[in-house]
Design a protein around this ligand. Sequence first.
Ligand SMILES: NC(=O)c1ccc[n+]([C@@H]2O[C@H](COP(=O)([O-])OP(=O)(O)OC[C@H]3O[C@@H](n4cnc5c(N)ncnc54)[C@H](OP(=O)(O)O)[C@@H]3O)[C@@H](O)[C@H]2O)c1
Length: 271
Amino acid sequence: MKVLVIGAGNMGLTYAEGMSKSKLLKKRNIMVLDSSEEKLKELDQISHFDAFRELEGCVLDADIIFIAVKPNHAEKLLKRIRPLAKPEQILISIMAGTTIDTIKELTGLTKIVRAMPNLPAKIGKGLTSFVASSGVSRVELLTVESLLDTTGKSILVSDENFIDASTGISGSGPAYVFYFMQSMMEAALQMGFSENVSKILVSQTFTGAIELFNQNNLSPNSWMDKVASKGGTTRAALDSMNDNNVGELIKEAAFAAFERAVELGKEKEYV
Ligand SMILES: NC(=O)c1ccc[n+]([C@@H]2O[C@H](COP(=O)([O-])OP(=O)(O)OC[C@H]3O[C@@H](n4cnc5c(N)ncnc54)[C@H](OP(=O)(O)O)[C@@H]3O)[C@@H](O)[C@H]2O)c1
């Protein structure tokens, strides 16, 4: 099996690196294409990928075409793929907002997977939600899943609407965590800790809390009850968050991202 990754940016290279570790692919069976000379020079340094500049030299050889360019480049690129593509090829797109119907229409292909990654994919801890068109068989879906799993975990969703919804949770989610971390670090600084100590206090607290959560089958609410005793310090903090409606505001923020993802899908220039 051969995979062609189009767009050697942040995400494209992350997935190319991840997939290169897949047992499904033999070495040198990942082709990477980019339009930028600078990127191609960088690719030359990475010996395990065959780098391409022109679609003509590589699209035909690919079993799976993985598209990782910005959505505003989608229309031009997908139209150029059309005359070169073969019906049995699977196209995986991680372009935000570009729908399966649009990809089908522009490429003429029927085996389409739309995926939504997140940033921790860079360190193999990502979450990719994905949805497939009916043209993708069960066996092909398993192949796609194991390729996506090489950057962390993947979740197959039943409907494209859940791709936009997962954008609001896992896609944009790392930024919500960083937002929380930033506020806690600022509080630590105001309390008089140095920048370095503030960073350690916050990062180890997040790491520890997440490990506890992952290693046990308890809800976040149960964990909060375990940490907070009546009249204690944690209860004072949680009461303050509840009084300020922080929980509702976080939900509102996640929905704002979800709604924006839906809007982007409808905006012509992103298609
Ligand atoms: N970054 C994230 O956290 C994230 C999360 C979820 C989804 N995504 C999606 O992932 C996709 C890629 O994002 P990114 O951050 O990796 O973008 P990026 O770093 O800008 O990488 C895209 C690369 O593709 C190249 N390119 C543009 N048009 C091309 C074409 N026609 N043929 C070949 N290469 C082309 C670009 O070259 P130039 O620089 O010369 O244009 C650039 O090197 C986007 O569609 C985004 O919606 C990203």
